[in-house]
Design a protein. Structure first.
Length: 281
């Protein structure tokens, strides 16, 4: 299996992986990787591009676990996932509970019909006629990747409050990969695989969510709690989907991410060394 590219930063500290969202929007976790590289050894896998067989959640999970094992042999890295990347982090931890360390879910995507309906309703409430017209124009673009990128740019204002920069550092978009992976995720939710599989996760899980994020944080949290009863939830006021670019929350986000990384790694290592001395962490 050819692994997708993995960018690394930092030379000391605990191992940490950052997973981008989309699916099919590589690069935008680079600011998070840079911001945490002084405290961690950071790996940033860039997820597989479409081509050949359809992309599935299982393929992304396999790629992620292989990338983490290659970047941190013999270790269990903590993982920060954003949006789809948060969903992927949960799926990977459920597939290989002994291979993944503590999880930080940022702006996690939806796992049930109720939260997804609320997400769509919030976007509709924030969309005026002028934006609808521009979205329709973007959707008519014959290039699917360009159409998706145009749509994402138009929707940015519905996802953010006061961003310090409009540049998310997305290096490209993969419309086909986005569609294939998301359709498979919906299939796995419909057949009951997710979020039920997350009951296998035995690591600490923290969920950070912006209060303005159209993904409804409290509803998503509630859909996960039956399977992750120890899930910790923090909601940031004046913050949208990407807390590291919001003026009101970026400092808090990096401070709390560093503290989460240090404390959860220590707590997780102590708890698990007492329970299972064979675990590498």
């Amino acid at each position: 299996m050819d692994l997708p590219a993995v960018r690394t930063r930092g030379t000391s500290g605990p191992p940490l992986a950052v997973l981008h969202g989309g699916p099919g929007a590589p690069g935008y976790m680079a600011p998070v990787a840079r911001g945490l590289a002084g405290s961690f050894r950071v790996a940033e896998p860039l997820q597989r591009w479409s081509g050949g067989a359809p992309l599935t959640v299982a393929i992304h999970v396999e790629d992620t676990l292989a990338a983490l094992a290659a970047a941190f042999p013999g270790e269990r890295p903590a993982v920060i996932g954003s949006s789809w990347g948060a969903m992927l982090a949960l799926c990977a931890a459920a597939a290989a509970p002994d291979a993944v360390g503590p999880l930080l879910l940022v702006g996690c995507g939806t796992f049930d019909l109720a939260s997804r309906a609320r997400f769509k309703a919030l976007l509709e409430e924030r969309t005026d006629d002028a934006l609808r017209a521009r979205l329709a124009e973007a959707a008519a673009d014959p290039d699917p990747d360009r159409a998706l990128r145009r749509r994402a740019a138009l929707l940015e204002s519905l996802y953010s409050v006061d961003p310090a920069t409009p540049d998310l550092e997305i290096e490209g978009v993969d419309a086909r990969g986005n569609r294939e992976a998301w359709e498979d995720m919906l299939r796995l939710q419909a057949d009951g695989t997710y979020p039920a599989a997350f009951a296998r996760i035995r690591v600490p899980v923290l969920m950070i969510h912006g209060a303005y994020d159209p993904h409804p944080g409290a509803l998503i949290r509630d859909s996960l709690l039956p399977f992750l009863p120890a899930l910790e939830y923090r909601e940031y006021p004046g913050c949208g989907h990407y807390p590291w670019i919001e003026r009101a929350s970026r400092d808090r986000f990096f401070e709390e991410a560093r503290e989460w990384g240090r404390s959860s790694v220590t707590r997780f290592s102590v708890d698990n060394s007492a329970r299972s001395p064979l675990l590498p962490w």
